[in-house]
Design a protein around this ligand. Structure first.
Ligand code: NAI
Length: 348
C-alpha cells in the first residue's frame, strides 16, 4: 500500500494506494532533523500524479521552514489525497490513510489542511495515534485559526514598530483579503485595536457580516491588493504577490496568514525594491502549527505554552526585520537564511 519513491531533495517520499477504498495519494517527509515531520493532510483534485507529487514536495518543504521558524522541535512533512473532498471522501478512505500514516511509526504526524475537518482527523485517529488537530481527547487542540490570527496580528505589530516606530495599530488601515477562519479572527483583533478595515471575500455573506460586526469598508475582490491602506493582509489564497499585483500595491506593509503568498522568491525582492515591507508568510502564520504542536508534543499547560511560543515568534520576526533593514534586503531572504542555517546546524 505504501510504495517508497526516490527523491533527491526529501528524506522520504511515498505513494499511498488502497484499492478497496479508492485511496490514491502521497506522503512526503522533507526533513526530520529537528523532530518528527509534521504537516497537514490535504485532499483536492489534481491534474495527475506529477501535480500531486509536486504539491506534496513543496508543501512538506514549506513545513520544515515554518516549524523551524516557529522554534518547534518538529520537522516538515505533508500528505495529499487525490480526489474531490465533497464527493469522494469516505470513512474507509480516511482510515486507509490512517493506516498508511501509522506504518511510518511516528516519523510523520498529520493534521487538517485543505479539504479536511476535525471530524476527519477523528476518523484517521481510529487507525493511528500520529494525528493532531482533533477536537476531543486529552491534548486536543481544535481549530488553530484564532491562534494563527493572533500570530499574524503580533507580526503586524512587529512590522509597525519597524516601519513607524510604534507597535500600536490604532488608526492604521488594513486591507484584509479573505474573511474565513483566520481572516475573520484577524479582523476582530484589528477592530479591537482600533484599526480601520477594508475587506474583500468572494463569499458575499462573509463580507456582509464583517461590515456589520466591525464597521469595515468593502473592496472588490479584484482590487483589495491595491487598496489605499497601510497594511495589506492576504488571508485567502497563495501567489497573490506576483509581477502583476506588486506594482499596484499601495500599502507600506504586507502581512497575512495565507501560505505561499509569493509567486516566486524573486517577488520578495520586487516588494523590497518598491519599499514595501513584506513579512515572511511562514513566520507570520506559524501560530496555527504552534497550536497543533502543543497536541503533538502532549503539552500539559497548553495555553501558557502557546502564549510563550507566540511571544518568541514575535521576537523572531522583529529580529528578521531588523537584520533585513541592516542588510537592505527583503525579510524573506533573511528568514530563509536563518532557517537554512538552523537545519544545517542539525545535519548529521
Ligand atoms: P478559509 O477557507 O476558512 O478562508 C478563506 C477565505 O478566503 C474564504 O472566506 C474564501 O471565501 C475567501 N477567498 C477565497 N478566494 C478568494 C479570493 N480570490 N479573494 C478573496 N477572498 C477569497 O481558510 P483559513 O483557514 O482562514 O486560511 C486562510 C489562509 O491562511 C489559507 O491560505 C491557509 O492555507 C492559511 N493558513 C491558515 C491557517 C489556519 O490556522 N487556518 C494556518 C496557516 C495558514
Amino acid at each position: 500500500m505504501l510504495t517508497r519513491l526516490s527523491s533527491p531533495t526529501h528524506e522520504e517520499l511515498y505513494r499511498v494506494e488502497d484499492h478497496d477504498s479508492g485511496l490514491r495519494g502521497f506522503i512526503a517527509l522533507h526533513s526530520t532533523r529537528l523532530g518528527p515531520a509534521a504537516g497537514g493532510l490535504r485532499m483536492r483534485m489534481y491534474d495527475g500524479d506529477d501535480a500531486a507529487v509536486q504539491d506534496v514536495l513543496n508543501l512538506s518543504r514549506g513545513m520544515s521552514y515554518k516549524n523551524a521558524a516557529a522554534g518547534l522541535p518538529l520537522g516538515g512533512g505533508k500528505a495529499v489525497i487525490m480526489g474531490n473532498p465533497e464527493t469522494e471522501k469516505t470513512p474507509d478512505l480516511l482510515r486507509a490513510m490512517g493506516r498508511a500514516i501509522d506504518s511510518l511509526a511516528g516519523r510523520y504526524w498529520t493534521a487538517e489542511d485543505m479539504g479536511m475537518s476535525p471530524g476527519d482527523m477523528a476518523e484517521i485517529a481510529r487507525e493511528t495515534d500520529f494525528v493532531a488537530g482533533r477536537e476531543q481527547g486529552a491534548h486536543a487542540s481544535g481549530d488553530p485559526s484564532p491562534v494563527t490570527a493572533r500570530g499574524v496580528f503580533d507580526a503586524m505589530q512587529a512590522g509597525a514598530m519597524q516601519l513607524w516606530g510604534k507597535a500600536g495599530l490604532k488608526g492604521r488601515s488594513v486591507a484584509v483579503q479573505g474573511l474565513g477562519h483566520v481572516g475573520w479572527h484577524l479582523c476582530l483583533l484589528l477592530h479591537e485595536a482600533g484599526a480601520q478595515l477594508l475587506v474583500a471575500d468572494s463569499d458575499p455573506a462573509r463580507v456582509a457580516s464583517t461590515l456589520k460586526e466591525f464597521g469595515a469598508a468593502q473592496v472588490d475582490t479584484q482590487d483589495i491588493h491595491a487598496a489605499k491602506a497601510d497594511i495589506f493582509a492576504p488571508c485567502a489564497i497563495g501567489a497573490v504577490l506576483n509581477s502583476g499585483s506588486i506594482p499596484n500595491i499601495r500599502a507600506s506593509m504586507v502581512c497575512g496568514a495565507a501560505n505561499n503568498q509569493l509567486a516566486t522568491p524573486d517577488d520578495a525582492d520586487a516588494l523590497h525594491a518598491r519599499g514595501i515591507l513584506y513579512l515572511p508568510d511562514y513566520v507570520a502564520n506559524g501560530g496555527g502549527i504552534i497550536n497543533v504542536a502543543a497536541e503533538i508534543l502532549r503539552i500539559a499547560e497548553r495555553e501558557s505554552w502557546v502564549t510563550d511560543r507566540l511571544a518568541a515568534m514575535q521576537v523572531n520576526m522583529a529580529q528578521i526585520l531588523k537584520r533585513a533593514a541592516a542588510e537592505n534586503v527583503s525579510p524573506a531572504r533573511i528568514a530563509d537564511r536563518m532557517v537554512e542555517n538552523q537545519l544545517l546546524a542539525q545535519a548529521v
